[in-house]
Design a protein around this ligand. Structure first.
Ligand code: HAM
Length: 425
């Protein structure tokens, strides 16, 4: 059906109770982990100055080049709906003087991001990221703990087949030599690259390694690897990380062509996917790495940092596929309240409130008049008991309590019915 203005914009979705329950569960789990590791929750604005993404995420990234929702305010400011949250966290770290806090400064967040991408399985234009960032410490043990956090969060959410990919993409010292070697190699093969990658080759050749086009994939296969160009510091850092991951018994593979599509990474990069057909279709569940230059780039002091973010919708999609749960549950109840006649309706309305206060899950058809229609609803909602107030019961201040399974029923005084039910539900 053609889109009209009375539908959600392309790539954006309504979230229903079932989704929101999963979101809440994920958030609860994340909070538990965050509390244990000493992360504090932070919420940054959804709109930030465009410049922090242009500078931070990087001008030559797909995100900044093609995917940002940007606007000029009536006051003349250029703002962007955040396509990711890390630059906002760094902005807040600098703005809030957090560099004076004991290190590492550990922050976590959950909130919406916006990218004008071509929608497909697991790829939306509005989606939520759950992230953990540690600022102020350059040791590789922080990188290992970051990966461990996402790995154990996903494990606790029931993901059994996880694949963790890691790589080291060097720093300002050694990246230059690798970039040169890669550029030379790609130049010689430029006729075999896709049109986008021919442009990337000029602006940012590392991005070519990120391309998913089949023809570029073939070129990438024999490209120089950054691991062969690492300086001593980066090489030791990577070795340290791998040893920590082994100690933590996190099964990882080294993907020498993993570069990730954001410009701020230095040294470690990682991604976690579910290693199943459905999982691969969704794409990475979480990704991140070290970004030792970003705090300074956005106006702060030279500060190492590391973090990652998880796509909440992708995780929820896979949990839903696994549990085959429906989007909206059929409503159900423990008792169903039935009334016939005007006086009974009034008595039922009062009893309905008493049932709510007693925490008894109650279905009702207070707007209905027909007994059989209400009994039908009680069946549909799988009520264990129906409470029936007819005209006679209303006059006698009584309720018929009917056990739906056996059909057995008895009259109970209206003010004793809650006590009567409490023992049975
Ligand atoms: P990213 O890889 O661009 O990294 O996104 C992190 C995660 O967000 C992905 O692994 C994926 O699960 C989810 N995601 C990304 N784009 C979409 C989309 N269009 N639809 C649905 N889910 C999506 C970052 O954003 C970095 N800020 C991560 C980071 C934090 N690095 C260091 N600290």
């Amino acid at each position: 059906m053609a889109k009209n203005n009375y539908q959600t914009p392309t790539g954006m979705h309504d979230l229903f109770q079932k989704d929101l329950e999963q979101f809440a569960k994920i958030e609860q789990l994340a909070k538990k982990i965050a509390d244990f590791y000493g992360f504090e929750k932070i919420e940054t604005p959804i709109l930030e100055f465009s410049e922090i993404f242009e500078k931070g995420t990087g001008l030559s990234t797909d995100i900044v080049e093609k995917e940002m929702y940007s606007l000029k305010t009536k006051g003349g400011d250029f703002l962007t709906l955040r396509p990711e949250i890390t630059p906002g966290i760094v902005r807040s770290y600098n703005q809030g003087g957090m560099q004076n806090l004991p290190k590492p400064v550990r922050l976590w967040y959950l909130g919406p991001c916006f990218r004008h991408e071509r929608p497909q399985a697991g790829r939306y234009r509005q989606f939520n990221q759950l992230g953990f960032e540690s600022l102020g410490v350059g040791h590789s043990i922080i990188d290992a703990i970051t990966i461990q956090i996402f790995y154990s969060l996903l494990k606790s959410l029931g993901f059994k087949k996880l694949a963790v990919e890691v790589n080291c993409i060097g720093d300002s010292q050694c990246r230059g030599a690798f970039r040169k070697a890669l550029t030379n190699y790609l130049r010689a093969k430029s006729s075999s690259l896709c049109a986008d990658c021919r442009v990337r080759l000029k602006k940012n050749p590392l991005r070519v390694l990120d391309c998913k086009e089949e023809k570029c994939f073939m070129v990438k296969k024999n490209a120089p690897q950054c691991l062969d160009y690492l300086c001593k510091d980066c090489s030791n850092h990577f070795k340290g990380l791998l040893e920590f991951l082994e100690e933590l018994e996190i099964p990882y593979t080294i993907n020498p062509y993993l570069v990730r599509g954001l410009d701020y990474y230095t040294k470690t990069v990682f991604e976690i996917i579910e290693d199943t057909e459905e999982g691969k279709a969704q794409g990475s569940l979480a990704g991140g790495g070290r970004y030792d230059g970003l705090v300074k780039l956005l106006g702060g002091k030279d500060t190492p940092a590391c973090g990652g973010a998880m796509g909440v919708e992708r995780v929820v999609n896979l949990i839903k596929a696994r549990t085959k749960s429906q989007v909206i549950d059929e409503p159900s109840c423990d008792v169903y309240l039935i009334q016939v006649g005007e006086l009974a309706k009034k008595k039922a309305l009062k009893l309905f409130e008493q049932l709510r206060q007693a925490n008894i899950k109650t279905g009702e058809g207070l707007h209905k008049d027909s007994l059989s229609a209400q009994l039908g609803s009680a069946d549909k909602m799988k009520a264990k008991f129906s409470l029936i107030i007819g005209q006679k019961e209303a006059l006698d201040n009584q309720v018929i309590v009917k056990e739906m399974k056996t059909g057995r029923q008895k009259n109970v005084d209206i003010d004793k019915v809650i006590k009567e039910l409490k023992g049975k539900i």
